[in-house]
Design a protein around this ligand. Structure first.
Ligand code: UDX
Length: 438
């Protein structure tokens, strides 16, 4: 099939290359000319495991091209809208200007019988509104909503082997479903569960899923607060409740909490939309989910101050990890970078290292110091903070690593280190929600 993908950021670039991998002829349309040129040259504008190879393969097959012009989308049977929906400045609501702009310019080249597919995360009600725009401008064209659940770090795998397909389609019209089945033929043939529903449900599946995940993380972080107050151990607690398969152990890792370009802004946009719909009470708990999450960052700074004998002034702190999660260079709303910056603002000298995110960090926080390795960051440090659990950091040898620091104090912001091994090597170990030696 001929497919266009509008918006080649994280979601769109991976989607475009994956659709080419599935055998389709794909054009990625990206208004940022520099980004379109980079992608066309096989260079990836972000770090995502496996994406380099996928992009190279798709370009070499001749089935994937990029353009900065919407006119390049003309003639495709299916057009995926993959632009961003960031949080509005100073408000909780999502900023829909990119989605609306993309659809407005797409309808100029759209033909009857073609299908517009929204993949961006949008407030419930958006698809119905956009469907009207599409049908009014191009009678006979169709719109479907097909949310994406990819996780950064696993984007390629999640796109090519999703755990479910969700199609929001117009009532009583089977054409959109048939076209989507054709696009995803390989995935459908792999017996991937498929939910075909209305627009509103499809839109809500995405925000409900992200809200559930955020709630699960904040739940265990609330338990961590209680563990800190009582001397209990949140890691053992999570293991024990996680054995109940109604609860499950996944997403029960207590620590610095969630960040990134999705979870924080999606729960806020969901609350804002509920307010507009007069159903704000249904989601007031998400405000608490957000609060618990943000409190972890403050607690981490306090814990650092506590282990540094009550003052951050003039102390040298090594921060391991700045991306919002491992295997990503994304620093949007990164808890790690947020804590690093706070420590610096409160008088510490902070040296940050991250296997992928340092360049992005430098642009946002030039006043922090940066190092190429954990050893370099930790040289002469009064304390080491693990804030993003990259495997490079998890596998550090505490005995060797202990030789470069001034004080063997480690704060494990992700409950990811082998506490016994670090303590055996002479480190004082502290973590959120865990007992400490005294
Ligand atoms: C998320 C959803 O998982 C994905 O389905 C959706 O499409 C986009 O948003 P992503 O933002 O890539 O994906 O990251 P995710 O793996 O969900 O992690 C989000 C944040 O939660 C990270 O900061 C991570 O460190 C944190 N987290 C995750 C925890 O603090 N504890 C956990 O147990 C799990």
């Amino acid at each position: 099939m001929r497919i266009s993908v509008i918006g080649c950021g994280y979601l769109g670039a991976v989607h475009a290359a994956s659709m080419a991998e599935l055998g389709h002829e794909v054009v990625g349309v990206e208004v940022d000319e520099r980004k379109a040129e980079l992608l066309a040259a096989g260079k990836t504008p972000f770090y995502e495991p496996g994406f380099d190879e996928l992009l190279a393969r798709s370009l070499a097959s001749g089935r994937l091209t990029f353009s900065s012009q919407m006119s390049a989308a003309a003639g495709a049977q299916v057009h995926f809208v993959c632009v961003g929906t960031p949080q509005k400045r100073g408000e909780y609501a999502a900023d829909l200007r990119f989605v609306e702009g993309a659809v407005a310019s797409l309808v100029e080249v759209l033909q009857p019988g073609e299908l517009v597919v929204g993949k961006s995360t949008v407030p419930v009600g958006t698809a119905a509104r956009l469907a009207e725009v599409v049908m009014e401008k191009v009678p006979g064209a169709l719109l479907a909503w097909n949310p994406e659940f990819l996780r950064e770090g696993y984007a390629v795998q999640d796109t090519l082997h999703p755990d479910r397909l969700v199609y929001g389609v117009p009532a009583g019209d089977t054409r959109a479903e048939a076209l989507l089945d054709e696009v995803y033929a390989t995935i459908v043939a792999a017996a991937t569960p498929k939910v075909v529903t209305d627009y509103a449900t499809a839109e809500m599946v995405k925000t409900a899923a992200n809200s559930f995940l955020a709630t699960k993380i904040s739940f265990i972080n609330a338990m961590a607060e209680l563990c800190e107050a009582t001397g209990a151990d949140v890691k053992q607690l999570a293991d024990a409740i996680g054995h109940d398969d109604r609860i499950g152990r996944k997403f029960l890792n207590a620590g610095l909490g969630f960040g990134g370009g999705c979870l924080p802004k999606d729960i806020r946009a969901f609350m804002a939309r509920a307010g507009e719909l007069g159903a704000d009470q249904a989601l007031t708990f998400l405000r608490e989910v957000d609060n618990i999450n943000m409190r972890r960052r403050i607690r981490m700074v306090e814990l650092a101050r506590e282990v540094l004998d009550g003052s951050l002034l003039g102390k040298r702190i090594a921060v391991l990890g700045a991306a919002f999660k491992p295997e990503s260079d994304d620093i949007r709303d990164s808890p790690a970078l947020n804590v690093a910056a706070q420590l610096q603002l409160q008088g510490a000298t902070v040296v940050v290292t991250d296997p992928a995110a340092v360049e992005n960090c430098k642009a946002q926080w030039p006043q922090l110091d940066y190092a190429d390795s954990a050893e370099e960051a930790a040289r002469g440090a009064d304390a080491v903070l693990l804030l993003t659990e990259w495997k490079q950091f998890r596998s550090l040898d505490p005995a060797e690593f202990g030789k470069v620091v001034k004080q063997k104090r480690v704060l494990d912001g992700r409950n990811a280190l082998d506490r016994d091994a670090w303590e055996a090597a002479g480190w004082s170990y502290r973590a959120l929600g865990r007992r400490h030696a005294g």
